[in-house]
Ligand binder design. Structure first.
Ligand code: SAM
Length: 210
């Protein structure tokens, strides 16, 4: 195996450092080709099917309009398609990751960064996913506001947070702040398996916008 590829390449970068979009993009452009196999074989990531299940329990309408922010190679889409959901779009910062997502049932895929204003109007989606993006060196809790902006009132937002940044990047406070201000109702918030082969857990949050 080429040591400079995939997860080995990712590990060479100190993700505890502050990153900017360009550095993160570079990491995923390099990782795209091996991302799915590394997720299965080296990381044992279980967040994608878990998030899709959480949403599917609340939502029976298979024609609901959904967006997957930081969709990567489309592992969330793969699970949505398997459950019969039909209208899901994806956005990612890496073109190469999006290339791989093309075979996974997405209606529309486009480039965009959650650290900036996304190329999406206000109150558009019934469901917004953001899986694996709130993690070391990636995106901080102030950008949860952007997920809220693009989601319809009464719609669902489902996201994960790596346990290592839940408090450090302000996610715990942000989730409770929106609950207190009655911006949303938290339907589920729990810590559970995330990368099972690395013994890393993550927080799963499902909220309904008021
Ligand atoms: C750990 S991967 C998760 C991918 C996919 N959601 C999954 O669960 O397999 C993180 C993804 O977020 C994307 N990403 C990182 N920073 C981003 C940003 N600021 N805006 C949009 N996507 C971003 C990366 O390119 C990568 O595809």
């Amino acid at each position: 195996m080429n040591k400079k590829k995939g997860l080995n390449f990712y590990k060479n970068l100190n993700l505890r450092e502050e990153k900017n979009d360009e550095k993160i993009k570079f990491v995923y452009e390099e990782w795209a080709e091996n991302y799915d196999t590394d997720n299965d074989n080296l990381l044992g990531t279980v967040s994608q099917p878990r998030c899709v299940k959480l949403v599917a329990k609340e939502l029976k309408d298979k024609t609901a309009e959904m967006i997957d922010i930081g969709c990567g190679t489309g592992l969330v889409g793969e699970h949505l398609e398997a459950l019969g959901f039909k209208k899901f779009d994806g956005i990612d910062i890496s073109e190469k990751m999006l290339e791989f997502a093309k075979t996974r049932g997405y209606r529309k895929l486009q480039l965009g960064s959650l650290t900036k204003k996304l190329p999406i109007n206000d109150n558009v989606y019934d469901v917004t996913f953001c899986v694996g993006v709130f993690t070391h060196g990636h995106v901080k809790s102030d950008r949860v506001s952007e997920l809220i902006r693009i989601t319809k009132r009464g719609g669902l937002i489902c996201f994960t947070v790596n346990e290592g940044v839940f408090e450090k990047y302000g996610f715990k406070n942000t989730i409770h702040k929106y609950e207190k201000k009655k911006n949303w109702e938290v339907l589920f918030l729990g810590k559970d398996d995330y990368m099972t082969k690395k013994q890393v857990q993550g927080y799963y949050c499902l909220a309904r916008l008021n």
